[in-house]
Design a protein around this ligand. Structure first.
Ligand code: PBG
Length: 335
């Protein structure tokens, strides 16, 4: 029997058939970006009537609490369901006490947003690096001549911080400090305080990444000595991420997160495969954003297409939601 000839030799295998028109391409598209899956990070600073552009993150500003109502209206009108807050406090000290002060900058911000638009979800980052004078993510002490973040001492103040955020009205908390046992400690601390319905989104697999560089300028949170490699993960490890994630699942995390996103698409995929039943977030971090902005400003790339391609790739890898500084622009592009 002779097989009819074709360029490929396999007449039935013409994959281009399904690419021949925009309608067909729409019909067979596997991954759909939707503004409903975006979470926009906001930098809230102390003071009044200030909106300070962040040089290392073009298009992003630090803003004071009084600017939030207008900002949140715009975010809601674009169909973005959630924001995550980072604070630049007036006072930093060794234990980051403004993080759990009922009048700390984050607590003020949560109240202002909820008073404006109660339908926008407010997530709060639960960490100390923005609030400590040394810039580390918890209580630093000296044990046996070795200076490091004290895991268990930090758990106690993480609970205080999360409870203060929930009392202000936070809808969901997102611990990012990579302390062992933080999810169990926070779950029981929240439950005891009556916040058993507040979900925890765990920065479960968070890497010690150079991609956070622009954020540390934005949040004024760079460590004053050393680095974060004793608590954040080694970028070379992926199997270890599954252990981090399994622990957080066992401790009661409601949503998991992989961070950064773009250089860790394999980790996103493996986490989704290991826990398909748990919603997965990915954090498209500051460095990933600023690289695109810088190249676009030079005219080297098509910003819109690159940004949407990156966000699509993060979803395709397995993320259900994306924390991204592109949220507003992407919502407009998709609109
Ligand atoms: C705080 C925190 C960081 C980021 C989010 N939460 C910085 C860090 O760990 O140094 C980075 C986000 C970004 O780069 O966009 N622990």
């Amino acid at each position: 029997m002779t097989v009819p000839s074709s360029t490929s030799g396999f007449p039935s295998l013409r994959l281009r058939r399904l690419r021949s028109s925009p309608r067909l391409r729409d019909l067979v598209r596997e991954t759909e970006l939707n503004p409903r899956d975006f979470i926009l990070p906001l930098f809230v600073r102390h003071g009044q009537n200030l909106r300070v552009p962040i040089k290392s993150m073009p298009g992003q500003d630090q803003m004071t609490v009084d600017h939030l109502p207008r900002e949140i209206d715009e975010i809601a009108s674009l169909g973005i369901p959630a924001v995550i807050l980072f604070g630049i406090p007036e006072h930093k000290d060794a234990v980051g006490s403004e993080a759990y002060d009922p009048n700390g900058v984050i607590q003020q911000a949560v109240r202002a947003i909820k008073a404006t638009r109660s339908d926008v979800l407010v997530m709060t980052d639960v960490c100390f690096c923005e609030f400590t004078d040394h810039g580390h993510c918890g209580i630093v002490n000296d044990k046996h001549g070795h200076t490091d973040v004290d895991n268990d001492a930090t758990l106690d103040i993480l609970v205080k911080e999360a409870v203060a955020q929930c009392q202000a009205g936070a809808d969901l908390i997102a611990p990012s400090g990579m302390m062992d046992g933080m999810i169990a400690a926070l779950r029981s601390g929240l439950d005891t305080a009556g916040f058993e319905n507040i979900p925890i989104m765990s920065y479960a697999a968070k890497y010690a990444s150079a991609f956070y560089g622009p954020f540390r300028d934005a949040a004024e949170s760079a460590p004053q000595f050393g680095d974060r490699r004793t608590y954040q993960m080694d970028p070379a490890n992926a199997a270890e991420a599954l252990r981090e994630v399994a622990l957080d699942v066992a401790e009661g995390a409601d949503i998991l997160m992989v961070k950064p996103a773009l250089s860790y698409l394999d980790v996103i995929r493996r986490v989704k495969q290991a826990h398909p039943e748990i919603p997965l977030a990915a954090y498209n971090v500051s460095g990933e954003y600023s690289m695109v902005k810088a190249a676009a400003a030079n005219g080297w790339i098509d910003e819109q297409r690159i940004a949407l391609e990156i966000l699509t790739s993060i979803k395709r890898a397995g993320a259900d939601m994306i924390l991204t500084y592109f949220a507003k622009e992407a919502a407009k592009w998709l609109g």
